[in-house]
Design a binder for this molecule. Structure first.
Ligand code: S3P
Length: 430
């Protein structure tokens, strides 16, 4: 589907976004593992989380959906049923990598498949460390999906230092470790999102070499009520749109403000972005608050290496903010972008070139500056939801508008993106 965007002159209003995708995936998984009934409020409406639900349905868990509220009947310790066919993770790397840790602990064989994009993404980053715990996983010869997971009688705890800064790898190992009586100890040199640790109540202590994380069967999930805060990654598209559009003021309610995710707010504020946080409070171990975003004059800054894992999903939209900021936007140390839903370095660079900008691509990032073209352009999504939304925002800032091809891919994280943009847009100056 080709989505046309006209130039937006002002964005005003209040947004209530759906639940955070990372937290929703975990809520669905933990409720499925727990014995008995759990309820998830404000669950993500994304296709990715639906992929997780479908995988656990195939393993005997029951889901009853009423809007964003989901009642889950979980199966209990090592009691998932063998699926009668392959588990389809769709486009979702989080589904694939996290359930691999869970499946490695079960007494049956299973195979995970995915769509074209997911089938190209690297799985050895989980198979190699899970093998150290005695798991038996066989990805394709290229180290990708389809991947078959075999039952193993040799699962054992480990003390392991993560080699890749990835919450998905960390979570896969933790989810295997919670099936063992003896404790595993993981050391995370570079912090990544910590929803798994918070939601399972894991003990974590800072150490010289990084954060030490302890996990064992004591942390196996029990049934409960989960309330999911709104998704800061979905919010980031509207935050940037509000900052770079004149006469704009947007309130975004009940957003997840977990410090391992708020790097985007830190960077945009350091660029001069007016983002106020109010009603900040704790909810189920996660920080939550409302945001007020006002039009701002932005200036590009040096983005420190340490913050990259915290902003990894927001880099495409951050770079759109960079195009409207004074000076050149530069991002480095972001090699991980090459193995996301698309190669996000090349996707972003190609689209920026179409917009008439000057782009230099590096192996681990890119730089961009220059003037936007006044002719109508057509952007590509590369079948990647975050590229679709980032260039939807850029398109709505171009003098003569622009189009984005294959825009339906927004559904992977936010099917309501267009409705929400339309609700905020005012096409005349006020
Ligand atoms: C996620 C972790 C991140 C992120 C992804 C969601 C998660 O991936 O990019 O969108 O929910 O654990 P990596 O951990 O591989 O960086």
């Amino acid at each position: 589907m080709i989505q046309k965007f006209e130039m937006i002159k002002s964005l005003r209003g209040t947004l209530n976004l759906a639940g955070d995708k990372s937290i929703s995936h975990r809520a669905v998984m933990f409720a499925s593992l727990a014995e008995g009934e759990s309820i998830i409020y404000n669950c993500s409406e994304s296709e990715d989380v639906t992929s997780t639900i479908n995988c656990f349905s195939k393993m005997g868990c029951k889901f009853e959906r009423d809007g964003n509220t989901i009642k889950v009947l979980g199966k209990g310790f090592k009691n998932l049923q063998q699926p009668s066919d392959d588990l389809d993770a769709g486009n979702s790397g989080t589904t694939t990598r996290l359930i691999s840790g869970i499946l490695a602990a079960q007494n049956f064989q299973s195979t995970i498949i995915g769509d074209e994009s997911l089938s190209k993404r690297p799985m050895r980053r989980i198979t190699e460390p899970l093998k150290l715990m005695g798991a038996v996983l066989k990805p394709s010869d290229e180290g990708t999906l389809p991947m078959t997971i075999y039952p193993s009688s040799k699962i054992k705890p480990v003390e392991y230092t993560f080699q890749v800064a990835s919450a998905q790898v960390k979570s896969a190992m933790i989810l295997l470790a919670i099936h063992l009586d003896e404790e595993s100890v993981f050391i995370e040199p570079v912090p990544t999102r910590n929803h798994t640790e918070l939601m399972l109540g894991l003990k974590t202590i800072p150490s010289e070499n990084g954060i030490k994380i302890f996990a064992s069967k004591k942390n196996y999930p029990v049934s409960k009520v989960f309330t999911v805060p709104s998704d800061i990654s979905s919010a980031s598209f509207f935050i940037v749109a509000g900052l770079i559009t004149q006469n704009s003021e947007i309130i975004i309610k009940h957003v997840s403000l977990n410090p391992t995710r708020t790097g985007i707010i830190t960077v945009l504020r350091n660029m001069g972005g007016q983002i106020e946080i109010f009603n900040e409070h704790d909810e189920g171990g996660e920080k939550v608050g409302d945001l007020k975003v006002s039009s701002s004059d932005l200036t590009n800054i040096e983005i420190p290496k340490e913050i990259i894992p915290n902003i990894i999903d927001e880099i495409p939209i951050l770079s759109v903010a960079g195009v409207f900021a004074k000076g050149k936007f530069t991002i480095r140390n972001s090699h991980e972008l090459r193995v996301k839903e698309s190669d996000r370095i090349s996707s972003v660079c190609e689209n920026f070139k179409r917009a008439g900008l000057n782009v230099v691509e590096f192996e681990d990032g890119f730089e961009v500056d220059g003037e936007l073209t006044t002719s109508h352009v057509e952007f590509e999504t590369y079948f990647d939801h975050r590229i679709a939304m980032a260039f939807g925002i850029l398109a709505s800032k171009m003098e003569n508008g622009a189009s984005v091809r294959d825009f339906e891919h927004v559904g992977i994280s936010n099917p309501k993106f267009i409705i929400q943009m339309n609700g905020l847009s005012h096409n005349s100056n006020i």
